[in-house]
Write a protein that binds this ligand. Structure first.
Ligand SMILES: Cc1cc2nc3c(=O)[nH]c(=O)nc-3n(C[C@H](O)[C@H](O)[C@H](O)COP(=O)(O)OP(=O)(O)OC[C@H]3O[C@@H](n4cnc5c(N)ncnc54)[C@H](O)[C@@H]3O)c2cc1C
Length: 343
């Protein structure tokens, strides 16, 4: 039997950011990965302090971005790479009215730090009303992040590439392991977890395209009109993602591929070739807050889920909240506590 402080089930943002907290605090752990692409691996990696439909911000946006910057520097100390790419989002304006609204919002204390009042007009794309830059926005190198941390963990034999089999857990033992705590981070896979059967996560399916652009963009920006467009490597760009809260099958939805192609054509007037279509299921919650907590009858069984459309910021920030709760008895914020559903 191998004794570990923690078992982590899952391999997305929730699992990896929590694993980082354990590395930071020198806790022993093993992480179970079903070795399939979850929502995290298909995500765009956008770090954005704004809701770009209405030019508003959200709960803890500035604190979350600050904490992410600190966390990626900590990760750099053991992987040797900083995965945060400082490419700013440029919102393509639909009309004059949107520009006026943006300028009006730059006058408010809440939004002033995030909205750049100096507009730009970009080459190559259709943007007759120009673009507005989002200060403090950035992008995570998703592929690099997962590859880098996985490699670090695998070298230390801390990853088990196996689907965690719930029927094999007995108290605080699982196969060859005994653990102090177990943290379930399965995203929408939580629906198969027999311990957290009442968890209120709703799948929101998202698709993205990888496209080859015939005319390269001139700027290293992340462009946003209906969806995000940014460069990956050479002439290949990421374009996505869509939203679909209806329960859908585990397959590509052609109508979403069409939606993306139309969205891109609306501002990119040149030829492009679709090279890949990918999709994933965001674990969302009605009140748009993550879910963190443990079971009353198995107090060392924890859940970390509900990261929604902001897996990076929520996963990073609330992994510390969960760690401090387990190890130092800090009370959970009521907004994210699993107990809020006990009514
Ligand atoms: C198209 C798209 C674009 C997105 N873009 C962004 C973005 O730009 N920025 C952002 O912040 N967020 C983005 N998101 C949202 C973000 O991806 C999610 O919030 C996040 O991935 C959720 O992370 P998670 O770790 O909870 O779940 P997941 O990423 O789904 O990870 C859970 C993992 O656990 C594994 N698992 C499940 N059950 C088991 C088991 N029994 N044993 C072992 N492993 C198991 C699964 O295989 C899965 O890989 C996007 C999502 C989509 C779909």
């Amino acid at each position: 039997m191998k004794n570990v402080d923690y078992i982590i089930v899952g391999d997305g943002y929730a699992a990896f950011f929590f694993a980082h907290q354990l590395i930071l605090h020198q806790k022993s752990f093993v992480l179970f990965s079903a070795d399939k692409k979850g929502a995290s691996q298909v995500s765009a990696g956008i770090v954005n302090p704004l809701v770009l439909k209405k030019f508003t911000t959200f709960w803890l946006a500035a604190e979350q971005i600050e904490f992410l910057t600190k966390t990626v520097s900590e990760i750099e100390t053991y992987t040797g790479e900083n995965y945060l790419i400082q490419e700013k989002i440029h919102r393509i304006f639909h009309d004059e009215r949107e520009k006026d609204l943006w300028l009006m919002k730059t006058e408010t204390d809440e939004l002033k730090p995030f909205l750049n009042p100096d507009f730009e007009t970009l080459e190559i794309i259709i943007n007759p009303f120009g673009t507005g830059e989002v200060n403090h926005s950035a992008r995570l190198d998703v592929n690099g992040f997962f590859k880098g941390i996985s490699a670090y963990l695998q070298e230390r034999e801390m990853v088990v590439k196996q689907k965690f089999d719930y029927s094999k857990i007995e108290g605080s033992t699982y196969e060859g392991f005994t653990f102090k705590n177990i943290v379930f981070c399965e995203g929408m896979g939580v629906r198969k977890n027999p311990f957290f059967t009442d968890i209120q996560v709703i799948a929101n399916k998202g698709h993205h395209l990888k496209v080859k652009l015939s005319e390269k963009l001139k700027h290293q920006y992340t462009l946003k009109k209906k969806h995000f467009l940014f460069p990956l490597n050479n002439d290949i760009y990421y374009y996505g993602g869509t939203y679909d809260p209806n329960e859908r099958e585990n397959e590509i939805d052609d109508f979403k591929t069409e939606e993306l192609k139309e969205g891109l054509s609306a501002f990119y007037p040149h030829d492009f070739e679709v090279q890949e279509v990918n999709y994933g299921f965001r674990p969302t919650v009605k009140d748009r807050r993550p879910i963190i907590g443990n079971l009353p009858d198995h107090q060392n069984y924890y859940i970390f889920n509900g990261l929604g459309a902001r897996g990076i910021l929520n996963g990073c920030y609330f992994s510390k909240e969960l760690y401090e709760h387990i190890e130092n008895g800090h009370e959970l914020m009521k907004e994210v506590d699993l107990k809020r559903f006990n009514k």
